[in-house]
Design a protein around this ligand. Structure first.
Ligand SMILES: *Cc1c(COP(=O)(O)O)cnc(C)c1O
Length: 361
């Protein structure tokens, strides 16, 4: 008898565990575990979703033309070089499967986004996690980790879950130090939240090279995580590859309509950024003031460093007792930390109060 088995690398994958959304016995839950944005979906997107319901029997536009044009207008990009996906996770998976595979290596920072590790294994790549310097990706170490079999380099900037931002010059130095046959994936899921004027989410590097892709999402600042919508900007050669392998109807009609409406929502990004910048700073200062280490974050969350896994677990329990769900990040090699999304003013205040009480002991 021979048993049915998948490729060996598949069984090394631990299934992805998303941010939790329920606590048994607690009625009012405040979910701060998935960085979904403080304000819910844009009102125009809610209307757009309702409007497409009547034509839900029609297949969606497989080219996502109207959506790609709207993205192109908003961000000043050529729509022909934009590909949309069922969440950016799907696009990341396509890229890794297309360019990686058995016998290749994928290099990423030690505390980078876990989907690169999972999908890299799925593709059969050897995944190399490079140590960071005080929770910031180390470009020299990343370059030193490259070998003859390396085909993929994955960098989230600013990073989830650390919130760290790699300066533009460092990202440029990373690309310049890579061979031309290595695809650099720049994941800018939190780009809209960044206020540092020196930041480039990757557009300039994509334009300057034939082997760099920038991925973006509607799941964070645009509050559409439940519809699954992401996009990527890439060189024509990579767009051609994705056109061959992409599911023809990978983006559904509700997601497309909502995405277009979200981009058109007046003042949405500005209002979200103002709120996020103010409350990220308030939460950071408050937590530092009670003895919790918080490094600078450029995203819509902070990473609270409690020093030990035991203390992080106890803090998590204290938050949960009040209905507040943060994100444990042991899977990112950070068992002593909790990632906490910047929610509404009230939600942030409740987090500060709960952790103040906890730290007083
Ligand atoms: C949230 C997130 C994404 C977005 O994934 P979607 O599939 O678009 O919802 C991608 N990368 C990182 C680093 C993220 O934190």
């Amino acid at each position: 008898m021979t048993a049915l088995l998948p490729r060996p690398s598949i069984l090394s994958i631990e299934p992805y565990v998303g941010g939790e959304s329920k606590i048994p016995g607690v009625n009012r839950i405040i979910k701060l575990s998935s960085n979904e944005g403080a304000f819910g979906p844009p009102p125009g997107a809610i209307t757009a979703i309702a409007e497409v319901a009547a034509t839900a029997h029609r297949y969606p536009d497989s080219g996502a033309t109207a959506l790609r044009e709207a993205i192109g207008r908003t961000f000043g990009l050529d729509p022909a070089r934009i590909v949309c996906g069922n969440g950016s996770d799907e696009l990341i998976a396509y890229l890794i499967l297309a360019y990686g595979g058995e016998g290749t290596e994928l290099v990423m920072p030690a505390h980078g986004f876990v989907m690169y590790d999972l999908t890299g294994r799925y593709a059969g790549c050897r995944v190399i996690k490079v140590p960071e310097r005080d929770m910031v990706a180390d470009v020299d170490a990343m370059l030193a980790a490259v070998g003859p079999r390396t085909k993929l380099m994955c960098l989230v900037n600013p990073n989830n879950p650390t919130g760290a931002l790699l300066p533009r010059r460092e990202v440029e130095r990373l690309r310049a130090g890579l061979r031309d046959d290595i695809l650099l994936i720049l994941d800018a899921a939190y780009a809209e939240y960044v206020t540092d004027p020196d930041y480039d989410p990757g557009q300039a590097l994509v334009d300057a090279s034939g082997n760099t892709v920038m991925t973006r999402t509607f799941s964070k600042i645009f509050g559409l995580g439940g519809l699954r919508l992401g996009w990527a900007y890439m060189p024509p050669g990579v767009a051609d590859v994705l056109a061959r392998i992409r599911g023809p109807f990978n983006v559904n009609s509700a997601a497309m309509a909502a995405g277009i409406a979200a981009l058109a929502e007046p003042g949405w990004i500005e209002r979200s950024v103002v709120h996020n910048t103010e409350w990220r700073e308030r939460v950071t200062q408050a937590l530092r003031g009670i003895g919790i280490t918080v490094r600078p974050s450029h995203c819509n969350f902070v990473l609270a460093d409690f020093g030990t896994p035991e203390k992080a677990k106890a803090a998590d329990a204290a938050l949960r007792a009040k209905g507040l769900i943060a994100r444990g990040v042991a899977g990112y090699g950070l068992p002593h930390c909790l990632r906490i999304t910047i929610g509404t003013a009230e939600e942030c205040t409740l987090v500060i109060e709960a952790l103040t009480e906890f730290m007083r002991g």
